[in-house]
Design a protein around this ligand. Structure first.
Ligand SMILES: N[C@@H](CCC(=O)N[C@@H](CS)C(=O)NCC(=O)O)C(=O)O
Length: 206
């Protein structure tokens, strides 16, 4: 395991929050570096792929949020147990991206006109709901209550941060019917080190 981890991202949950949760769950110390938007143009050429987040592990840089999430998860037993279950976690990660993609138009950081944003939500929700139904069905089929296999893994933290994002965009109401997702969300929220983190983390819009 590296001795020094530095996670560099904007002052948002965004594409870094599941990595922060993985560090917290694994009791791995890391430096949570938050870049101001005004600082980004100067930093961008130094980022491995010109994007955030990236990780510095003992000075070595790693980009792509889910590659980082998997790398850190290997250090703290948060990878699913078998090759098959790892592939199932990967397919869900892609599904969460597919669900997020149509929400760009109603992302409050991009669409500042609240009335316009609200008017677009029903159509976008209609597009993403069938995919959220699939997440629900996947969870309903797994008696463990975790997304994959019979133990918590990194994909449960990506689910948690994605759900926080969807609630920020759509509100809580569309999720009321998803009993299995609500149960998993609650189960993660109540993990002692996660509960402490959630009450002390920096509050951000997304
Ligand atoms: N596939 C990448 C996407 C990263 C990404 O889109 N980062 C955005 C912020 S969420 C970014 O760096 N935007 C600023 C830019 O591209 O200049 C990942 O998952 O890490």
């Amino acid at each position: 395991m590296a001795k020094n981890y530095k996670l560099i991202y904007f002052n948002l949950r965004g594409k870094a929050e599941h990595i922060r949760l993985i560090f917290v769950h694994g009791n791995i110390q890391y430096e949570d570096v938050r870049v101001e938007f005004s600082e980004w143009p100067a930093l961008k050429p130094k980022a491995p792929f010109g994007q955030l987040p990236y990780l510095e592990a003992d000075g070595k840089q790693l980009a792509q949020s889910n590659a980082i999430a998997r790398f850190v998860s290997k250090q703290c037993n948060l990878m699913p147990s078998s090759d098959w279950e790892q592939a199932q976690a990967d397919e869900l990660a892609e599904l969460f991206d597919d669900i997020k993609e149509p929400t760009r138009a109603v992302n409050p950081l991009r669409e500042k006109d609240e009335a316009k944003r609200k008017s677009l939500i029903p159509d976008i929700l209609a597009t993403v709901s069938p995919l959220l139904d699939k997440v629900e069905a996947r969870l309903a089929a797994n008696p463990s209550g975790w997304l994959v296999g019979n133990k918590i893994s990194w994909i449960d933290f990506l689910f948690f941060s994605s759900t926080e994002y969807f609630i920020a965009v759509f509100g809580k109401e569309p999720f009321a019917k998803y009993t299995h997702q609500k149960a998993l969300f609650k189960k993660i929220k109540e993990i002692p080190q996660i509960a402490t983190y959630l009450t002390t983390r920096k509050e951000t819009i997304l």
